[in-house]
Design a protein around this ligand. Structure first.
Ligand SMILES: Cc1cc2nc3c(=O)[nH]c(=O)nc-3n(C[C@H](O)[C@H](O)[C@H](O)COP(=O)(O)OP(=O)(O)OC[C@H]3O[C@@H](n4cnc5c(N)ncnc54)[C@H](O)[C@@H]3O)c2cc1C
Length: 246
């Protein structure tokens, strides 16, 4: 299948935290539609290198598939990172971004027949935000969904207000934030002090078949979580799926 490349201007930028920005691309009316499933990503071709593999970077889509022309991304600045230096220092409203996609199989099951435990750190929350918005808009599930989001501090939590509101509205949705660099003992019932793994280790120490873990983030977190869940806790390989950012 020939690859379709899209070009869309940046139409909005919001600094979500000192290191993370939300960025919206809006496809022009004459552009083909960009139909994606919640959880998928797009790949940008950025003017940051000669060879295409030097220029390509993937970003999960943080917005829900609605058939609309706006796509939201959520990007963390990496020290010394070529693409993120470009996306934080060189772009402005109106800068055109070339991208292809959607790609990826990190999506919701067609029929949700297990409880879903979503585990992420930082901008790894993006595909889960898309999935949760999608479910909220298109028919929620009877199964439990638990989002466990690891950050350093309260200020680093992305979309927390949305997730708390969703937890109020959907009784079988639970939101836990784990904060690794706070010095106080949190009084909020939804915050735990520690790394993201403390968000699932105790609660799900008893293995049951109708539970699936979805993980999203960088190598260290994913490697540790896969080892804990499968080797230490005894979950089946088919009960753990992940999207690796790098
Ligand atoms: C499927 C997928 C989805 C993704 N979704 C998202 C998302 O939604 N949000 C998001 O923020 N990221 C996401 N990523 C990660 C993203 O694609 C980029 O990898 C990330 O933005 C870093 O790119 P960069 O060019 O800035 O860093 P790079 O230039 O690729 O460098 C990465 C790191 O390596 C270090 N480094 C680079 N060169 C050297 C060197 N010569 N020596 C030593 N260290 C070096 C840099 O300091 C930096 O910390 C996703 C990745 C994948 C695969």
């Amino acid at each position: 299948m020939p690859v379709t490349w899209y070009t869309a201007p940046i139409t909005r930028i919001e600094e979500a935290t000192p290191r993370v920005r939300r960025m919206w691309l809006t496809l022009p009316d004459e552009s083909p539609a960009f139909d994606f499933q919640a959880g998928q990503f797009l790949t940008m071709d950025l003017p940051i290198g000669e060879k295409r593999l030097q220029r390509w970077r993937s970003y999960s889509i943080a917005s829900a598939p609605t058939g609309g022309r706006e796509i939201e991304l959520c990007i963390v600045k990496m020290a010394g990172g070529l693409a993120t230096e470009y996306l934080f220092e060189k772009v402005e409203i109106g800068t055109e971004i070339k991208f292809k996609g959607p790609d990826g199989s990190f999506v919701l099951p067609e029929v949700i027949d297990q409880d879903l435990i979503m585990v992420c750190t930082g901008t790894g929350v993006a595909p889960f935000r898309s999935m949760l918005l999608y479910l909220d808009n298109n028919g929620w599930t009877n199964h439990n969904i638990h989002l466990i989001f690891g950050s350093r501090t309260r200020e680093d939590l992305l979309y927390a207000d949305e997730f708390l509101a969703l937890a109020n509205r959907r009784p079988n949705f639970r939101f836990t934030a784990t904060l690794s660099r706070i010095t106080d003992d949190p009084t909020e019932s939804w915050i735990k002090k520690g790394y993201v793994h403390c968000g699932y280790e105790e609660d799900y120490s008893t293995v049951v078949k109708d539970r699936k873990f979805l993980l999203c983030g960088w190598t260290n977190m994913i490697d540790t979580a896969v080892e804990k869940l499968i080797i230490e806790m005894g979950y089946g390989r088919d009960q753990v799926g992940y999207e690796l950012y790098g």
